[in-house]
Design a protein around this ligand. Structure first.
Ligand code: UPG
Ligand code: 3PG
Length: 268
């Protein structure tokens, strides 16, 4: 079905942005150049700088939270606004979530679209090359990766990557989103538990990495808290794929391969 309509299928880029005036224009311009994209939506998440005007001047549709609500909330606002702009009688747009700090490299997320457009994956996730200046020690990344693996059997390379393309149905299967920085970890678990297919795709992107300074460590503390909350709420509710029902061989997982957690359908 999706294959037949693939050429006419449109994509909306959704960019959550908080105080990104230096980079948002480049990110918006690059996003507009991605094939199949007909809408670039920036959700200004209560910025105190001029993010909204810079985004609009670069050609984005802009909506704004009057107060800061966190990245996940900005994503939900973005998805709702896209739904209002979807055209009756045509398939809902694919959603391509991009961070605001990618600048001109945002165009390198174009390879995320074909696997979803062609129905090979319900959600594709960018794997970034090593980032100059990055100061992390892998603690938050490790927590997210282990937690996803425990719940579903999948070992993602970059579990925190927020550059993701997904169908509207997949977005709904992952809704409501986990708060703040737990959004990617919660989404990946929810998609796999719902029986959907995810796939990591290498993309040559540059972003502003968190450094090994006080601000960077405080940021990682908030990330750790939010990832742990996303994981623990799911664990308490028993949201997981039972080990006896798991399908795709975890040992063969690598970027470029679609992964589906269940051997049979979740209901079967
Ligand atoms: O309150 C906020 C804070 C940030 N952002 C935006 O969210 C995106 C990601 O924020 P950033 O500061 O770049 O975070 P990083 O630590 O670099 O993010 C990494 O880790 C996050 C999960 O912890 C993922 O969401 C990101 O995609 C991934 O790049 C950017 O567009 C921000 O402007 C908001 O919309 N609201
Ligand atoms: O710097 C990073 O990669 C993120 O903030 C995650 O931190 P981590 O190094 O603790 O995984």
């Amino acid at each position: 079905m999706r294959q037949a309509g693939a050429r006419s299928q449109r994509v909306a880029v959704v960019i959550p942005a908080k105080d990104e005036v230096d980079r948002i224009a480049g990110t918006v311009r690059a996003a507009r150049a991605i094939p199949h994209v007909d809408l670039v939506l920036v959700v200004d998440d209560g910025s105190e700088d001029d993010t909204q005007h810079a985004a609009r001047a670069a050609g984005a549709v802009v909506v704004r939270h009057s107060v800061n609500r966190g990245k996940a909330s900005a994503m939900e606002t973005g998805a709702s606004v896209v739904a209002m702009r979807d055209v009756e009688g045509r398939p809902p747009r694919l959603l391509l979530f991009l961070d605001a700090d990618l600048g001109e490299t945002a165009v390198a997320t174009a390879p995320l679209v074909p696997p979803v457009l062609e129905g090979r994956a319900d959600c594709s996730i960018a794997v970034l090359p090593p980032q100059p200046g990055a100061g992390g020690r892998g603690i938050v990344t490790g927590l997210a990766r282990r937690s996803i693996a425990r719940a579903t059997g999948w070992n993602p390379t970059q579990p925190l990557s927020g550059q993701r393309c997904l169908t509207r149905a997949a977005f709904e299967a992952a809704s409501p989103l986990s708060r703040g920085w737990g959004v990617e970890t919660g989404m990946t678990i929810d998609l796999l538990v719902a029986g959907l297919t995810v796939m990591e795709v290498p993309c040559d992107l540059r972003h502003r990495p968190s450094r090994n300074d006080l601000a960077g460590q405080l940021h990682r503390g908030a990330q750790y808290r939010d990832v742990a909350l996303a994981v623990n709420t799911r664990r308490l509710r028993g949201v997981r794929v039972p080990a006896s029902r798991r399908g795709d061989d975890a040992a063969r997982q690598k970027p470029g391969r679609p992964y589906r957690a269940w051997a049979t359908s979740p209901e079967g």
